[in-house]
Write a protein that binds this ligand. Structure first.
Ligand code: NAD
Length: 540
């Protein structure tokens, strides 16, 4: 069944917050039977519901049941029960299921994109990234399960006489707490790696965007994953977060640095492992020899994809002084030509922000910057004529450390441009602040750019690309340094975090301790001589 059972409406003027009477009269954007099917995946015992509203138009999309703290206990009990049999499945079985999910997602791409557009207000081109990223992740872990998780031989202390086998076992039940900005991707990719490793999952998406996560659960069921392995809770993080952390064997959190610190503290109290994918204030460096058209095109995507509501999007742009004017002219022209709108069709360059709160942060950052002397080169204002939460893609110049947007994450379509005089200065500027998530360097000399990349304190650095090259390369670890996070998704790190590692040693012939009638001293002498011999052989 398609989520487009009733036709999407054209963009409307801003609407007042919905009062209960309005809700009763509302025409839901999505077919009720479709939403009911998705709602079946919510773990809930009560009758409480929440309304999902399209941020782009203010139109109600559908209503979804909400979970309580008691439901958290149920979800974990079910997931723990399912974990016993799921952990016993072979790598081949998991591979087949993941590949079936991969195929299903690519076949149902349009439905997934429609739902994401409704729920998040983003442009279709940015919704497109989501099913693709989830499909790539499913395929990657399907194809690399053996490599990452299969038993491995390690070097024993005494060659030929000590054998070490390393084994990986699943942690158990993994809690996934995810944000609204990429509601399908963020609800799915970390959980898929956990499932691939033999864990079961209890997922809690952000309350703005539960439907995309529920569609993910629906697709998992359709692909053939057993019931119970993927539980979804809907509701407020403040209410459901703590009971989730109390029961989880591992917590994977994506969201703000402030919430990440709270979660890390709670995990530390229980000695529960966690990975935290947090905020960023990501820089781009445009070196003097860069292809300026390519850099300007990349900077537009880096700053304004998904309205800048992307953890790896760029909010600081450092440009070599000798090309500053040329580059800025190109960047401003491209930005001013962007097409904004609430249509779910192709051809829109930027959609809506997620909420009134997010719009207020963006507006406040720009007002504060202007008040303290920054110049607006493009954009700089809200667009209520397009929808209640639209804001223009905005470029600021002359931003100083006194302004909030200088160091604080805006998480919106606002970027500041600064000139630099030397590459050492550019690196120093890129490394200022507490964050360390993503960076990009544009230069025609890719060797030099790669060398500079290693001096940038960020978990991912892209050369001649904004962020997509690292984010879409699932074999490469992705995550932040410093206040941008702990741990990594993707690659080996992305799956090994969900496992316990066990080393099994088998000792042949030689025992550890004096034997054959040796004194302790003689034993110590023989062992020391053996270590010296092994070191000599290693050097020889
Ligand atoms: P947020 O921290 O407010 O919310 C994220 C999730 O945490 C939601 O599901 C929310 O319900 C839940 N939550 C809130 N309070 C909680 C609590 N006390 N205990 C447990 N869970 C709680 O973040 P947000 O504002 O929704 O998301 C935007 C932030 O996420 C930005 O800072 C962005 O940079 C970051 N982000 C990072 C990545 C990454 O991979 N590094 C990806 C996407 C977003």
């Amino acid at each position: 069944m398609s989520p487009r059972a009733s036709k999407p409406r054209a963009a409307k003027a801003p609407v007042a917050p919905l009062d209960p009477q309005h809700v009763l009269r509302a025409t839901y954007a999505l077919d009720r039977a479709y939403v009911r099917r998705l709602n079946d995946h919510v773990v809930h015992s009560g009758t409480a519901e929440m309304l999902v509203v399209s941020p782009a138009t203010g139109q109600p999309v559908g209503s979804v049941s909400t979970s309580t703290a008691a439901d958290v206990a149920v979800a974990f009990d079910v997931a723990r029960d399912a974990a016993r049999t799921w952990a016993e499945t072979s790598f081949e079985e998991r591979e087949q299921l993941l590949m079936r999910l991969h195929d299903l997602i690519l076949d149902r791409q349009d439905e997934i994109m429609d739902l994401i557009c409704w729920e998040s207000g983003k442009a279709r081109i940015h919704a497109f990234d989501e099913p693709l990223h989830v499909a790539l992740t499913a395929r990657y872990y399907a194809r690399t399960l053996h490599k990452h998780l299969g038993p491995k031989r390690r070097d024993g202390v005494v060659p030929f006489l000590t054998r070490i086998d390393e084994h990986r076992t699943p942690k158990g039940v993994v809690a996934i707490i995810s944000p609204w900005n990429y509601p399908f991707t963020m609800a799915m990719v970390d959980g898929l790696a956990a499932l691939a490793a033999g864990n079961t999952v209890v997922a809690k998406p952000d309350h703005h965007t539960p439907l995309s996560a529920l569609l993910g659960a629906d697709l998992l069921r359709e692909a053939g994953f057993p019931p119970g392995v993927w539980q979804v809770l809907v509701g407020s993080g403040r209410e459901l977060g703590t009971p989730m952390i109390e029961r989880a064997d591992y917590v994977c959190f994506t969201g703000s640095t402030a919430t990440g610190k709270l979660i890390a503290t709670q995990c530390a109290e229980r000695l529960t492992g966690c990975s935290l994918e947090l905020g960023g204030k990501n820089p781009i460096l445009v070196l003097a020899d860069a292809d300026l058209d390519r850099a300007a095109e990349g900077a537009v995507r880096a700053a304004f994809s998904n309205g800048g509501q992307l953890c790896v999007s760029t909010e600081r742009l450092y440009v070599a002084r000798e090309v500053y004017d040329d580059f800025v002219a190109k960047f401003v022209a491209r930005t001013k030509s962007m097409r904004l709108g609430s249509s779910h069709g192709w051809g829109v360059d930027m959609g809506s922000l997620i909420s009134a709160e997010q719009l207020a942060v963006v507006d406040e950052h720009v007002r504060d910057a202007v008040k303290h002397g920054a110049r607006v080169l493009a954009g700089g204002k809200a667009r209520p004529d397009l929808g209640p939460h639209f804001y223009e893609p905005t470029i600021l110049e002359d931003v100083t450390p006194a302004m909030a947007c200088h160091g604080d994450e805006t998480f919106g379509p606002v970027i500041s441009v600064y000139p630099f005089d030397s590459e050492d200065e550019a690196i120093e500027l890129a490394n200022t602040g507490d964050y360390g998530l993503n960076a990009a360097i544009y230069s025609r000399d890719v060797e030099r750019a790669r060398a500079l990349a290693t001096r940038v304190h960020c978990g991912t650095v892209n050369v001649n690309e904004a962020f997509g090259a690292t984010f879409a390369s699932i074999d490469a670890p992705m995550g932040g340094m410093r206040s941008s996070g702990m741990g990594r998704r993707q690659g080996a790190e992305g799956i090994l975090r969900y496992t316990e590692v066990q080393s099994v040693a088998t000792q042949y012939i030689l025992r550890f301790g004096p034997h054959w009638g040796m004194t302790d001293e003689a034993y110590a002498g023989v062992m020391t001589a053996a270590v010296k011999l092994l070191s000599w052989l290693g050097r020889a």
